[in-house]
Design a protein around this ligand. Structure first.
Ligand code: ADP
Ligand code: ADP
Length: 236
């Protein structure tokens, strides 16, 4: 079942020296429930694709092409139907809000939960992403946690409203190898047991090979290959 269909999507950013193409005529179907890795060198357009999917492209971006969501029935609402986490959990987390408040925020805003119910939901999510002592942790602030724990908290906040899609843009890249593997295992667990589609951007082909069902390869703004993870990794 096709969740999202992208046809001839082009995105360019205006720059002082002319338009900078970040995506050129990209066509891709995203299948409901799959784990899709987006790989490619720095500057190949990966982040632009994840922002386009999330509806968070910079306002000045020039967009052409069609993106439809037959699997959702309507355009996705950021935060409700799509959650996103970035490389730096600091860009997802608010330093002056307790983690309980910010993890509960999506449930309050999108599911209409009241204060108490949102807090309970936050504690449940913190436990789901394996933050120790979630009830106590809910009252603490992001800086009181390690980088890996902050990424877990950012993931909990991203999935609070029960999105159909979770996008992870280099979500493990800034972490040391052991923590990287733990976050990858967490993402896998959330998708397998949570009826979600995972789209993850990475430059780590090993991670793509171990976690993804399919891999889409970008090179200088173009989608150059997309297929079964094994065949892409083993291709000459
Ligand atoms: P990464 O490769 O880790 O995704 P980037 O450097 O591509 O990081 O992008 C980081 C942020 O900076 C993104 O929000 C992107 O939109 C913005 N950005 C990237 N390149 C430019 C640029 N040439 N001019 C302005 N903003 C940019
Ligand atoms: P990747 O995630 O693969 O590193 P990006 O999608 O961030 O690639 O960037 C693709 C191209 O678009 C790069 O040349 C980058 O510098 C440029 N770019 C990205 N964001 C912006 C922006 N906000 N303004 C101008 N150029 C940008």
């Amino acid at each position: 079942k096709v969740l999202c269909s992208i046809r001839d999507l082009s995105v360019a950013y205006p720059t002082p020296t002319g338009a900078q193409h970040a995506l050129k005529s990209v066509s891709l179907d995203i299948i409901a429930g799959e784990k899709l890795a987006i790989i490619g060198e720095s500057g190949s357009g990966k982040s632009t694709l994840s922002l386009a999917l999330t509806g968070l492209l910079a306002r000045q971006a020039m967009v052409d092409g069609v993106m439809s969501w037959p699997g959702l029935g309507s355009a996705p609402r950021a935060g409700r139907d799509i959650g996103i986490v970035f490389q730096d959990p600091g860009s997802s987390l608010n330093p002056v809000l307790t983690i309980g408040d910010q993890v509960g925020e999506g449930a309050r805003r999108h599911l209409g939960l009241g204060r108490k119910a949102a807090r309970d939901k936050a504690i449940e999510l913190l436990s789901r992403v394996r933050i120790p002592q979630p009830e106590k942790a809910a009252g603490a602030y992001p800086h009181q946690f390690s980088g890996g724990q902050q990424q877990r908290i950012a993931i909990a906040a991203a999935i609070a409203a029960g999105p159909a899609v979770l996008i992870a843009d280099e979500a493990t890249s800034a972490l040391d190898t052991i923590v990287q593997a733990e976050i990858a295992a967490l993402l896998e667990d959330l998708v397998t047991n949570g009826d979600m589609t995972l789209i993850f951007v990475t430059h780590d082909i090993g991670l793509a090979a171990s976690l993804a069902d399919r891999i889409a390869v970008f090179r200088t703004a173009e989608l150059v290959e997309c297929g079964d993870a094994r065949s892409v990794v083993n291709a000459p």
